[in-house]
Design a protein around this ligand. Structure first.
Ligand code: 4HQ
Length: 252
């Protein structure tokens, strides 16, 4: 899968895609990440990419022409790219959208700076607008990195073969059970006994119950969408009976 990133700050993207799992995915050729400096597509000799907003007001707005030329250059290589603008006004990014995007072979991610981008560029070139959450960043770069990370790990071969992305908590709509590693006593705190028992059926049951408990306590909204078995519902009823008042947001 190819990612083209349009940005005024291409250096921001070097280390995140050189380390760990994504670094290996790049080396293996599973993902290709190219940064394109919007400034290189400015026409004037000072390579101006921003200007004051029509109507007045704070700050600067990214000019349309350099961005348009950059996107047209990419589309002249590959007319079927999918172009995404990162903006707080877009649809909220989630695991479902990550899965949809993983079905594309070539994404273009436009990272805005300053007060935003000339509206006409959006109308002409955005296939989709995505927000990574309801908070304000200094630019779209970190949002693009979040999106690339979440999409890349869904691609075949990026995660180890023993670990499928489908097992992940948001795909299953449950939070994950707690994890423990050695030593068995850490600062006086023991690992739950069942995990040392070697009884795999009991371990699976305990983990499922803990996942349900956590989800009920911290993200009860997720349980509405989760597909729960009859055993899950029984476990959940026991959990709710035992600590009905400990749910996040209650008791305050
Ligand atoms: N920005 N999700 C403003 C974001 C953002 C977000 C990107 C800040 C665009 C102009 N992007 N610039 N939240 O806050 O994607």
């Amino acid at each position: 899968m190819k990612f083209d990133i349009l940005t005024l700050f291409p250096k921001m993207f070097s280390s995140p895609f050189e380390e760990s799992i994504l670094g290996k995915a790049v080396v293996k050729g599973l993902i290709q990440i190219r940064t394109i400096n919007i400034r290189d597509f400015a026409l004037d000799k000072h390579q101006v990419v921003d200007d004051a907003p029509y109507g007045g007001g704070q700050g600067m707005v990214m000019k349309g022409e350099p961005i348009a030329r950059a996107i047209e250059w990419i589309r002249s290589e590959n007319p079927s790219v999918w172009t995404i603008f990162l903006t707080p006004q877009g649809k909220r990014f989630n695991q479902r959208i990550a899965q949809e995007l993983a079905g594309h072979s070539h994404l273009v991610l436009l990272c805005g700076r300053y007060e935003g981008i000339d509206e006409r560029v959006r109308e002409l070139f955005a296939d989709e607008e995505i927000s990574i959450g309801d908070y304000v960043l200094t630019g779209g770069e970190l949002a693009a990195m979040v999106l690339i990370d979440a999409v890349s790990r869904l691609l075949p071969g990026v995660l180890g073969s023993d670990r499928s992305a489908e097992e992940d908590s948001f795909f299953l709509s449950l939070l994950e059970y707690p994890q423990y590693t050695r030593p068995s006593n850490f600062r006086g705190m023991e690992v739950p006994e069942v995990l040392l028992s070697g009884n795999h059926a009991a371990i699976s049951r305990w983990r499922r119950a803990e996942a349900l408990r956590r989800t009920w306590m911290r993200r009860p909204d997720l349980l509405e969408k989760a597909s729960l078995s009859i055993e899950d519902r029984e476990l959940l009823e026991e959990i709710i009976e035992r600590d009905p008042g400990e749910k996040a947001g209650d008791g305050i």
